[in-house]
Ligand binder design. Structure first.
Ligand code: NDP
Ligand code: OXD
Length: 309
């Protein structure tokens, strides 16, 4: 049973080499080379070209190379019987946690502002925030959000979390569902989005939500661009209710040249790098699922197409 690897970010050879080295008995094809498309049952995919799944009539299982699967669930050409799995990995979780903590301290200590000042040769000391001044609110207390919560608590931050189902985590006050959302938001001086992008969460970070955050709140979106209504963020920053944002993800990536985020002094942008699947860490679980699929056993980290994550 051979596997096709589909990704458009120039990393196919790296993944193919790592997979083939770990499992030389399996044939891995790049989607760019000649391969028997009619026979392919398994695809390993990250951000595929539109329409490509039409070419694989025998497809039965698609493994996402990342934690998110919105790009797969949004594709009407993947038949409903096709199983979809995602990456759940401690390295991915610790990388995400480190990134968010870096963004958080950068906000607290005005670091991005000083970088801009340096370029313009401006000397302008500002008041800064301390760990004890802030409560960090995490939307999405799954694999990534719960690891971040634990790390923040260890550093000494007050942490509140919000998810669909009830959670019990040491030292984290957990809120659940629509009913408790506004209580959660009213506590969050810094709001971190780590939700999956689904029908329910699309466009969730909008004016109504911003207004429920405390005055001067800071927003860190490391989940998906589709969670955020871009113009609402700009308006709330420009009106002074939100003090700024760190964004790693966008509606369109790369962000189009004319987008107002590029030049906004209070929007700190990174190019979807908060946490990137590590080849060595992730190859074993991709192979584990390959063997499970072959034996007809339940797959690890299978996504619920009904829930959307
Ligand atoms: P999980 O599926 O493990 O966690 C998702 C969390 O969101 C769960 O706690 C879930 O609640 C909660 N949730 C889902 N829908 C709702 C809702 N409608 N209302 C309230 N809570 C909801 O995902 P991960 O933690 O692994 O990843 C989260 C996202 O991070 C990914 O989907 C991806 O988009 C993004 N990501 C971004 C990266 C980057 O580099 N920028 C890297 C990796 C991931 P419950 O626990 O009750 O199910
Ligand atoms: C992911 C991502 O979902 O990198 O893994 O965004």
């Amino acid at each position: 049973m051979s596997v096709v690897i589909i990704r458009q970010d120039g990393k196919i050879d790296e993944w193919k080499f790592a997979l083939a080295s770990a499992a030389p008995q399996i044939t891995f094809y790049s989607y760019l080379e000649d391969h028997p498309k009619d026979d392919i049952e398994i695809a390993m995919v990250w951000k595929h070209p539109t329409g490509i799944f039409k070419e694989y009539p025998s497809l039965k299982y698609v493994a996402s190379f990342g934690a998110g699967v919105d790009f797969l669930l949004d594709d009407p050409e993947i038949p409903s019987h096709v199983k979809i799995t995602r990456v759940v990995d401690p390295v991915l979780a610790s990388d995400m946690s480190e990134f968010v903590i870096a963004a958080l301290f950068s906000f607290m200590k005005n670091l991005t502002r000083y970088r801009t000042d340096q370029i313009s040769k401006v000397w302008d000391p500002l008041p800064y925030k301390r760990i004890g001044d802030l409560t960090v609110g995490i939307m999405g207390m799954g694999a990534l959000g719960s690891r971040l919560a634990a790390d923040l608590c260890q550093i000494g931050f007050k942490v509140v979390g919000w998810s669909r189902s009830r959670k019990k985590l040491d030292a984290v006050e957990c809120y659940t569902g629509e009913k408790q959302k506004s209580d959660f938001l009213s506590r969050s001086n810094v709001l971190v989005c780590l939700l999956p992008l689904t029908r329910e969460t699309s466009g969730i970070i909008k004016t109504k939500l911003f207004k429920q955050l405390p005055q001067g709140a800071y927003v860190i979106n490391v989940a998906r661009g589709g969670h955020l209504v871009d113009q609402d963020l700009i308006d709330m920053i420009d009106h002074g209710h939100i003090s700024g944002a760190c964004l790693d993800v966008y509606h369109q990536e790369p962000l189009p040249e004319g987008h107002p985020f590029w030049n906004h002094p209070k929007v700190f942008m990174t190019p979807h790098v908060a946490s990137v699947s590590d080849v060595r860490a992730v190859v074993p679980q991709l192979l584990d699922n390959y063997y499970r699929f072959k034996k007809g056993e339940p797959l690890l980290n299978e996504v619920s197409t009904l829930r959307g994550y």
